[in-house]
Design a protein around this ligand. Structure first.
Ligand SMILES: [Zn+2]
Ligand SMILES: [Zn+2]
Length: 344
């Protein structure tokens, strides 16, 4: 491997030591050796790392532990500082700016991988869950899963594109918004505020339902056709809807707001229980519910290309790496609108 320029032998990072409520302090700040790239991997210096709700689910134990003491963080903007052996790293050089996102391994051989649905691969692995992520000064990524980044965005603005943006994009695809159609967005955090702009750029009329006053203001500023409370009916029937809030209680009102043939996509990796549905009120007339599970690398590349061609306005809140626990607590308690980003 090549030398790590300017790095020390150890680095600062945060590890999930006691999965549980965020106010109980599930993460510890620690020092760890700077990770060396295994064959096929890159080591990056973390320039920015987004704070995603999934990190909160990992920290709070909503997701089962897959790696004890994992370093969370899967929206990493990094600069390549070391390159492992092997053919997979061809095309990457020290100094390259790359993205490290949630998906970091698939088998390439199962029926899902073979039909272009690697997001469903049973052997998949994820950054900040199965492997250490970006709540750290350095991180490793398999070169085959490192993403080329769009120009024209700061590091802080690029970070939320890497999960909030990509997952929001896949949710939009899953919601099959018809051309010129009406899209309802339930919950308006990091992912939603990006997806709303992508949908609008593609000609959709966007209606936003959220309980948070700051998020309602942001939705209005970003040009939403209407903005109302979390479970309020929108002023028009919707062709498609996306539930970003991890709240199963919002599924019935979101289905009730759909027009005939409408589709509701559930964007979260974790959702509280969905209450009983009424067939006539919630599903008949060919309304559909679709879950969204991770993303393929093709989704990521498509979305990042879109971001390079269109100006997406990011609302971010910067925290120093030392404040990662505070950033997660602020996310849990809805203390900011938009997306939090850790900066070194
Ligand atoms: Zn597979
Ligand atoms: Zn995420």
């Amino acid at each position: 491997m090549s030398e790590i320029r300017g790095g020390g032998s150890s680095m600062r990072c945060w590890r999930v030591r006691r999965p549980g409520p965020i106010d109980g302090g599930p993460l510890d700040p620690e020092r760890a050796p700077v990770p060396e790239p295994a064959p096929g991997e890159l080591t990056v210096r973390v320039l920015a790392c987004g704070v995603c709700r999934t990190d909160l689910h990992v920290a709070e134990g909503d997701l089962p532990v897959r790696r004890t003491g994992v370093v969370p963080g899967h929206e990493v903007v990094g600069e390549v500082v070391a390159i492992g052996q092997g053919a997979e790293v061809a095309g990457f050089g020290v100094g390259d700016r790359v993205g490290v996102a949630w998906l970091r391994h698939t088998c390439g051989q199962c029926k899902f991988c073979l039909r272009g649905a690697e997001n469903l691969c049973p052997y998949s692995a994820y950054t900040g869950w199965d492997a250490d992520g970006g709540y750290a000064e350095f991180a490793c990524v398999p070169a085959a899963y490192a993403l080329r980044l769009p120009a024209g965005y700061t590091d802080a603005d690029t970070a939320p594109l890497l999960c909030a943006g990509i997952i929001g994009y896949r949710a939009l695809l899953r919601a099959s918004v018809p051309s010129g159609g009406r899209l309802g967005i339930y919950g308006f955090g990091g992912s939603a505020h990006i997806a709303a702009q992508v949908a609008a750029a593609r000609g959709a009329e966007v209606h936003v339902m959220t309980r948070d006053p700051a998020a309602r203001e942001l939705a209005t500023a970003l040009g939403a056709a209407s903005v109302q409370g979390a479970a309020d009916p929108p002023p028009v029937l919707l062709d498609s809807a996306i539930l970003f809030a991890p709240v199963g209680d919002l599924v019935p009102p979101a289905l009730a707001a759909l027009d005939r043939g409408g589709i509701l996509a559930l964007a979260g990796i974790h959702l509280s229980d969905i209450p009983a549905l009424n067939y006539q009120r919630h599903l008949f007339q060919e309304r559909e519910i679709r879950s969204v599970t991770a993303n393929t690398r093709a989704d990521a590349r498509e979305f990042l290309a879109f971001a390079g061609e269109h100006r997406i306005h990011l609302t971010t809140h910067g925290y120093s790496l030392d404040m990662a626990d505070r950033a997660l607590a602020d996310l849990a308690h809805g203390r900011f609108a938009g997306a939090a980003v850790l900066l070194p």
